[in-house]
Write a protein that binds this ligand. Structure first.
Ligand code: XMP
Length: 512
């Protein structure tokens, strides 16, 4: 398989660079700048991209790399800090720019014949974010383009296949960014484009078959996208040697547990073990109102039940443990601390008394959107493949105060109406996450000629790219009106509906 290396110097867009390369059907992987050159050489990359980064190349503490990397004969593209690094590694000159450039800047080509700028017009908009600039390119390099404040905004030594741009071709604000990356990948690195999801499924299934042999595999299925797709792939490879353990703690959305069970038992060949433990969870949570205590009890109980079942299923026969870890969960940071690997909730900590032959993570090379593509190709229903994020503690953190079976039922019904109405209006695609909350509040109402004193339901709906910040969604009034009307009419014991118009910050997405 053709591979492009994204050498990480700590820039904020590094994952985006890898995704943009993969969008062009070539596999890209990210390695920290501390990766030794012989490791890079062994990997036979078709090209190497140096990322941006927050530092100044002339600061000795900054991430640097051996100039030998430019002698491997592998085409290189430097971006932003990566561009300055190429100048600094050669005989070029990098200085603090008299004027920093941030945002959209007009870029003019000097050399429209350069392979990097094939089919790019002489003048276009690029996205800049830099305070240093190259005042003189290294020997052997030609300046390919400039901006008003940057005398060397793109440069190349075409004979050595070394290219560099001060701007960010990976962000959509750079008008011809995808074309420039396409040119690097196909015109300069001469890739053919073999990274397609059909190939991925085929080769992964073959690898899994070989790795697993006739052994058993156990996977914890949550009903989320990643574990579902991992289960689908492993089932394709080894059929009912796979056992999926699905713990239903009674805190999922209406009928969700049944849907997950039906999907996997009808679509795939596997042993599907569902552990229904809603009542045990409720007993453990009786009288508990503190959100963090609820989370702790739900989390601890979940893993107790999960590992007990896994021990029972493995039946003293040594097999593999599988999980749906995806690429962003595994990438090492390039910010100078190469040993630090992001810990993530997808990486489950194994108790000491459970033994496995090894770990299987079939999605560890994929980004989320690629996982979804694989899921679709495997025939997993879109409700699962495009499922919005759902917190581990489930409805437990959407019922404020003590949990009871009655409250869970009210919330499940109200939430179902909201989802049904969003689907009917085709509005789901505009929202990153939406759900109902049951605050511990009753209010007075009137229904028919009767006074009521019943539950209040809140609707929460947000738009966001990364969930670190979020905005409340501007759902049209008539959709909100329909949802409110249906909830108060169709869900028993609800007489009032409110809409949460708080952004994050100061609010969080969930109420607890
Ligand atoms: P907050 O409420 O922190 O939510 O703004 C951001 C995103 O994280 C999800 N979330 C959780 N996910 N366990 C999870 O697995 C949790 O305890 C948890 N709390 C919040 C939330 O649904 C949103 O997508």
């Amino acid at each position: 398989m053709e591979k492009i290396l994204v050498l990480d110097f700590g820039g904020q867009y590094n994952q985006l660079i890898a995704r943009r390369v993969r969008d062009q059907k070539v596999y890209a992987e990210i390695l920290p700048y501390t990766t030794p050159i012989d490791v890079i050489e062994k990997n036979n990359y078709k090209g190497i991209i140096f990322t941006g980064g927050p530092n100044s190349v002339f600061d000795m503490e900054s991430p640097h790399y051996s100039p030998d990397i430019l002698k491997l004969g592998v085409p290189v593209l430097g971006i932003c800090y990566g561009c300055q690094l190429i100048a600094w590694m050669g005989s070029g000159d990098v200085k603090t720019a008299p004027k920093s450039e941030y945002g959209k800047i007009n870029f003019k080509l000097n050399d429209s014949q350069s392979s990097l700028f094939k089919d790019v017009p002489d003048s276009s908009v690029v996205w800049m974010s830099h305070t240093d600039y190259i005042s003189a390119p290294p020997k052997g390099f030609e300046i390919l383009g400039t901006t008003d404040d940057c005398p060397c905004a793109a440069m190349a030594n075409a004979d050595e296949k070394i290219y560099a741009v001060q701007f960010h071709p990976e962000v959509t604000h750079t008008q011809f960014g995808s074309q420039i990356l396409h040119n690097f990948i196909y015109e300069i690195c001469k890739c053919s484009g073999d990274w397609v999801m059909d190939n991925f499924i085929e080769t992964t299934v073959a690898k899994l078959k070989e790795q697993i042999g006739d052994k058993k595999v156990i996977l914890g299925l949550s009903g989320g996208v990643d574990s579902s797709v991992a289960a689908g792939l492993i089932s394709r490879a080894v059929g009912n040697q796979l056992t999926c353990v699905f713990v239903d703690q009674g805190l999922m959305r209406k009928d969700e547990g049944d849907f997950v069970e039906k999907t996997f038992t009808s679509l795939f060949d596997m042993n599907f073990v569902r552990v229904n433990c809603g009542e045990t969870f409720l007993a453990k949570l009786k009288g508990v109102t503190d959100p963090e205590e609820k989370r702790h009890i739900i989390g601890t109980e979940f893993y107790n039940v999960f590992w007990d079942e896994i021990k029972r299923q493995s039946n003293d026969e040594l097999g593999y443990f599988a999980q749906g870890t995806i690429y962003p969960d595994c990438i090492e940071s390039g910010k100078g601390d190469a040993d630090k690997i992001k810990t993530h909730h997808n990486k489950v900590k194994m108790p000491d008394d459970v033994q496995f032959l090894g770990l299987i993570e079939p999605l560890c090379d994929l980004f989320k959107d690629e996982v979804r593509k694989v899921g679709e190709k495997l025939g997993i229903p879109k409700e699962l493949v495009w499922r919005q994020p759902f917190p581990g503690p489930g409805l437990g953190v959407r019922i404020i105060g003590e949990l009871t079976a009655d409250k869970i039922k009210v919330l499940q019904e109200a939430d179902w109406v909201l989802r049904d109405e969003m689907a009917k209006n085709g509005y789901e695609k505009n929202l990153a996450q939406f759900f109902c909350v049951l605050p511990d509040v009753k209010t007075v109402g009137v229904m028919g000629d009767h006074r009521t004193y019943d539950h209040l339901v809140a609707i929460r709906a947000v738009t966001t790219d990364d969930f670190m910040t979020a905005d409340w969604a501007r759902i049209p009034y008539d959709i909100l009106a329909k949802v409110s009307n249906r909830i108060t009419n169709e869900v028993e014991h609800v007489n009032r509906v409110v809409y949460d118009i708080t952004s994050k910050p100061p609010g969080t997405v969930e109420w607890e």
